[in-house]
Design a protein around this ligand. Structure first.
Ligand code: MLT
Length: 256
């Protein structure tokens, strides 16, 4: 098994030139897109269409009036003034994606980094999402699948590395490498694992991910501050989230 990690969003551009047909990609946007996707699917959402641009999301909603529009810019829910269309139904706070709101619904979601990172992996053998809230389920699915090449993609914040994404990717590297000693790690995978091992014993759920720019920003956004503790919680959901060839993220996990 080979495990690589992309630490920064800039590295995602290189994926366009790369043959990912035999690679399993996992995208981490702990604060908050991939935590929110796990929450939505655990609460019965049918499927999530992750798109890069607000205009794409609005066009999909026009074609499918029953779909819910979700996403953020600068951390907050997208307004009609920004979308040039409707106010979005939901932002990107996992706590908004309750069973009452999302069960049985298809969502179209656009976020600053997370949905872009998912799109950057197009063409991969499999594309999973990773977060602390469903970490154990993800680790078990990856162990069971025994893929030869695994690429962990940290979505980042804007153009920069996000420490909470590296921490979560490091947890996955650590779990897989501990189970299979012959695993080959890229330098970035070694760094992510070391960061996780260093940080893992420290603090509680919020402290785990509050150090980075994203955590600090959310802590300053009033009601959204609670998302930091929520997204730092381990294993709230026993779900694996996977983007299919049709571009929708659904409950997944079985090797295709
Ligand atoms: C992103 O995709 O960049 C994030 O999920 C941002 C956020 O939730 O504020």
């Amino acid at each position: 098994m080979n495990i690589e990690v992309l630490l920064t969003p800039a590295e995602q551009a290189g994926l366009r030139e790369r043959d990912l047909r035999d690679t399993t990609c996992v995208v981490f946007d702990v604060l908050r897109a991939t935590s929110t996707m796990a929450e939505a699917l655990a609460n019965g959402a049918e499927a999530i269409a992750p798109v890069c641009e607000i205009a794409e999301a609005v066009a999909l909603r026009e074609a499918h009036p029953d779909w819910l529009l979700a996403g953020e810019r600068n951390g907050v829910r997208i307004s009609a003034a920004l979308s040039g269309g409707p106010d979005f139904d939901l932002g990107n706070s996992p706590r908004e994606f309750t069973r009452e709101t999302v069960a049985g619904r298809t969502l179209v979601m656009t976020t600053t980094n997370g949905t872009r990172a998912l799109q950057a992996c197009a063409g991969a053998a499999r594309i999973l999402t990773g977060a602390f809230v469903n970490l154990l389920a993800l680790q078990s699915a990856l162990s069971a699948a025994r893929a030869r090449d695994i690429l962990l993609v940290c979505a980042g914040t804007g153009t920069a590395c996000a420490s909470e994404d590296v921490l979560c990717a490091g947890a996955v590297v650590d779990a897989l490498a501990s189970r299979e000693p012959s695993v080959r790690l890229s330098d970035a995978a070694i760094v992510a694992r070391a960061y996780y091992r260093d940080e893992a014993p420290v603090g509680g759920r919020e402290e785990r991910i509050a150090h980075g720019a994203n955590g600090r920003r959310l802590l300053g956004l009033g009601e959204l501050a609670q998302d930091v503790e929520h997204c730092g919680s381990f294993d709230l959901h026993d779900v694996v989230c996977e983007m299919g060839k049709d571009g929708f993220v659904r409950l997944g996990g079985a090797e295709k």
